[in-house]
Ligand binder design. Structure first.
Ligand code: GLC
Length: 468
């Protein structure tokens, strides 16, 4: 038997001594991301860092799902309606009171199959769902705590349903997992507002770390190979770079090919720069609710963005982004070389809000025609142009949310003559294009090909350069 045909768990057992010991932090770095190249320390069935990242770089678009006990409250507490997944902290709900939520969690409308299909149809290639948010509640029947779905009327393993449904629809299942935990007795610090009512006497943070490792091990070994484990809540004073490094090692020991986001690192909570500050651990950076102005050259990154204002379900929040805005965000991330992780927050009964269903359907319509200009593409070769673009081998894609004046489009600096120029979803004949001193000028038909955003696709004679 070679390493490659031994099932993963057996391989790990067989390699016991080497893998059981603490692995040194890799000295090698992935040349693309600059993050540590773990493949060099794991060996065996692990792919190289570039191979491990390949599906994720190709994907460009994923679904984020924030779902948990807080979803049942729909953002409302004590007459206020502006809460989300932080409700226990922000509304200062005492732990005994919040514990009663267990009896109210029965999301009978949660349909993992339908959600995974909506994601796949919208062109989302992976799906990241909360396994545990900051309130500590686990959505799978973990052996590590009673504060989990097993003790709710629902009882069922949500992680199992999601992992299976995703695989059935060709979507990579991925886990979000909060490091910060407002429920575990050993987690420190206590919230300021509950220090008196919930003293930290006897709490031992190192026991919490063991608990965290055990939970992560369940999540990475019980549901097949996971695409990503996406940590969060790393900014508290108790988390350190050493703890981040050891958690990362643990993830790679139990599941060498699962990607880990950079929030496993200790990072101060001061915005985008902090989320990406180096040296960071993990495979990719996670700008939140924003798309970096000029992308992040040399770093793999994924912008996570909500469809409305909240991550978790908030019944009063109707401030949903329009379909053209969502398409524009997807184009912007792709054209800057990053991924978009677009969030939905199912209701307490597990239903996807109708506004999100509508937008996912709209994304489906747009992506089924234009997805080839997003998936597997790289950043725009145009610096400072008035339009966004992506490239993939010899293919150049130019996005046209507005129709250019006079029906002509100048592609500055392009000197080569394309072999074919067409609008995706439009007629198959090649559009006229002529070389000028400033670059290539394409003559467009009178009518736009898509109401949301048309895509001009050019087949160039050789690979499109990284910059024109
Ligand atoms: C923040 C929030 C959290 C949300 C996350 C998504 O860190 O604390 O509620 O899950 O962002 O990126």
């Amino acid at each position: 038997m070679t390493a490659s045909n031994i099932p993963r768990r057996d391989f790990l057992a067989a390699s016991g001594a080497a893998l059981g010991a603490m692995l040194p932090l890799s000295a090698r770095r992935d040349p693309f991301s600059g993050f540590p190249d773990w493949s060099s320390t794991i060996g065996g069935p692990a792919a190289t860092a570039a191979d491990r990242m390949a599906w994720w770089r190709e994907a460009r678009f994923g679904m984020f799902i924030h779902f948990g006990l807080y979803s049942v409250l729909g953002g409302e507490w004590g007459g206020k309606t502006n809460y989300g997944e932080w409700i226990r902290n922000n509304a200062k709900i005492p732990i005994d009171e919040y514990d009663k939520m267990l009896g109210r969690f029965n999301p009978i409308e949660f349909n993992a199959n339908r959600i995974a299909k909506m994601a796949a149809d919208a062109g989302m290639k992976y799906l990241v769902i909360t396994t545990k948010h900051h309130d500590g509640f686990c959505l799978w029947p973990t052996k590590q705590t009673e504060w989990c779905v097993r003790n709710t009327p629902y009882k069922q393993d949500i992680m199992r349903a999601v992992a299976d449904a995703c695989r059935a629809h060709g979507v990579k299942p991925c886990w979000y997992h909060s490091i910060m935990d407002w429920h575990h007795p050993d987690y420190l610090p206590r919230r300021d507002w509950e220090k008196d009512t919930r003293p930290d006497t006897g709490a031992q943070f190192d026991r919490f770390v063991q608990y965290l490792h055990a939970e992560v091990e369940e999540l990475l070994t019980q549901y097949g190979e996971m695409g990503v484990i996406w940590f969060d809540g790393e900014w508290e004073g108790t988390w350190s770079q050493e703890l981040g490094a050891s958690l990362l090692e643990h993830c790679h020991k139990v599941s060498p090919n699962t990607l880990v986001n950079s929030r496993v690192s200790k990072q101060p909570a001061n915005g985008l720069e902090a989320k990406l500050s180096k040296p960071a651990l993990g495979d990719f950076g996670t700008p939140e609710q924003k798309i970096p102005d000029r992308g992040l050259p040399g770093v793999d990154w994924e912008s996570c963005i909500t469809m409305n204002q909240n991550w978790g379900y908030n019944k009063a929040d109707k401030d949903f982004k329009s379909l053209p805005k969502l398409v524009e965000m997807l184009i912007e991330t792709s054209s800057k070389g990053g991924n978009l992780l677009l969030n939905i927050g199912p209701t307490g009964t597990g239903a996807v809000p109708p506004e999100s269903v509508d937008r996912l359907a709209g994304l489906h319509d747009w992506m089924k025609v234009h997805g080839e200009a997003i998936h597997g593409t790289e950043a725009s070769p145009f610096e400072g142009a008035a339009f966004r673009a992506t490239r993939k081998g010899k293919r150049l894609n130019v996005f046209l949310p507005e129709w250019p004046a006079q029906g002509e489009l100048l592609l500055p600096g392009v000197t080569a003559t394309p072999t074919k120029v067409r609008l995706l979803g439009g007629a198959n004949r090649s559009l006229p294009a002529r070389g000028t001193e400033q670059g290539l000028v394409v003559t467009l038909p009178a009518a736009r090909s898509n109401a949301v955003c048309s895509v001009l696709s050019l087949d160039m004679p050789t690979a499109v350069p990284t910059a024109y």
